[in-house]
Design a binder for this molecule. Structure first.
Ligand code: SF4
Length: 402
């Protein structure tokens, strides 16, 4: 059968789609080529926001148009929530969406066991899933319902997968998961143990990035280890979500903004050139004008490199909807998003300026844009250079001049 997988959402979904395609290929199926009609299309969905749900539905419509005779199968987080609704006999929020009536929903992801996955699509980079699920139940989030409780494989299994990815040619591994700092819960190991093992793989030349890690779990030990490691990139991604302690409490986040600030300052103290990306939400319930002003002031003064801004949207079955709180009007949510986007642009420009003239190592990627190629430094600065096929997937020392 000719199979196509359409993937939406996060890096974890990409890793899982890639692993699924590999399994199907092992069973004798082939991947449909670009523009070719498939017999089966699997849509791996996301449900992190309203916009994500909307994009899922758009993708399903597009898939149906482009593959009129194909069987369509939904999987992923949005599909898991739809299935749970169906099982309970609840109407689907999209009952008028006729197309869904003829589509199969793959039984929800295995919410108990850990399913290994790493992406192999990109020659240079590999997304390695080290953890799944979450026990935090932040009041705005549906992910624990869609992905189940926190769990992980043994370190030795991850090490074996990482070795395999590197021997297949990958040069950069990105550790992914839903709440990766929670690694070890199901195996009595620790995230730091995992990092130590991954720092001594047999390949001579590789690097590893840690994707998003909750600030309460990103301990000083982990930061110090990255600072002194051979292979870990000086790159952190930390979800802040709000810079107001009152709003953090409403969200049931497990830290205060003071703790977040300590983490950031510690990183900058031991790794001055580290890139720090920060997830920020705007417009959640209870975020009054005063709290938002407080948030803006806090984030403006933090030495971080970039913000990833998400606009809050109401999600069914979340606790935030049961709380009696101020509801931020839609237009105001958009205004707040613009304010944080502007702060992010300024911070990124400042980070690039601070690094101008310093030495770094770029890993060149395969994409050709005009006569140019590009790649990222260890601290996530994008570098452009003249296209040279031989350089693809190799490291090169450069002077940052952006
Ligand atoms: S930590 Fe909070 S926001 Fe992140 S997946 Fe878990 S519940 Fe959702």
């Amino acid at each position: 059968m000719k199979i196509k997988i359409v993937t939406l959402g996060c890096k974890l979904n990409f890793a899982e789609s890639s692993a699924l395609m590999q399994r199907l290929a092992d069973e004798g199926h082939t991947k449909a080529k670009q523009g070719e009609e498939a017999d089966i299309v699997i849509v791996n969905t996301c449900t992190v926001t309203d916009t994500a749900d909307h994009k899922d539905r758009q993708a399903i419509h597009r898939v149906r148009r482009e593959n009129p005779n194909a069987q369509i199968i939904l999987t992923g987080c949005y599909a898991a929530l739809l299935q749970q609704k169906k099982d309970k006999g609840e109407p689907l929020p999209i009952a008028d969406d006729h197309i869904l009536e003829e589509i199969n929903i793959l039984k929800p992801k295995d919410l108990v066991h850990f399913v290994n996955a790493y992406s192999r699509d990109d020659r240079t980079r590999c997304f390695l899933k080290v953890q799944d699920g979450c026990n935090y139940f932040c009041t705005y989030c549906t992910i624990p319902f869609a992905r189940g409780r926190s769990r992980n494989p043994y370190i030795k299994d991850i090490v074996a997968q990482a070795e395999q990815a590197l021997s297949n040619g990958a040069k950069e591994i990105i550790l992914t998961g839903v709440n990766i700092g929670d690694f070890g819960r199901s195996t009595n190991e620790t995230f730091l143990d995992l990092l130590k093992e991954l720092d001594r793989l047999s390949a001579p030349n590789y690097r590893i990035r840690i994707s998003s890690c909750e600030p309460n779990l990103l301990s000083d030990d982990i930061i110090d280890f990255v600072a002194n490691s051979h292979h870990f990139a000086p790159h952190f991604h930390i979800p802040l979500q709000s810079g107001s302690n009152e709003v953090l409490k409403i969200m049931h986040r497990r830290y205060t903004r003071e703790l977040f600030q300590e983490r950031v300052e510690h990183i900058k103290r031991v790794i001055p050139n580290a890139f720090i990306g920060v997830d920020c939400m705007v417009g959640v319930r209870g975020e009054t004008d005063e709290y938002f002003a407080d948030y803006v002031e806090f984030i403006s003064n933090l030495p971080v490199s970039q913000l990833h801004v998400f606009t809050y949207s109401e999600r069914a079955n979340t606790r935030m909807l049961e709380m009696d709180l101020y509801v931020v009007p839609q237009k105001e949510r958009e205004r707040r998003s613009k304010i944080l986007h502007k702060i992010s642009e300024d911070k990124l420009a400042q980070f690039y300026a601070q690094n101008k003239g310093s030495q770094a190592t770029v890993l060149w990627e395969s994409k050709k844009t005009g006569n140019q190629m590009s790649g990222f430094t260890e601290n996530y600065i994008k570098i452009y250079g003249p296209y040279c096929k031989e350089k693809i997937n190799t490291f090169e020392h450069v002077t940052i001049n952006v």
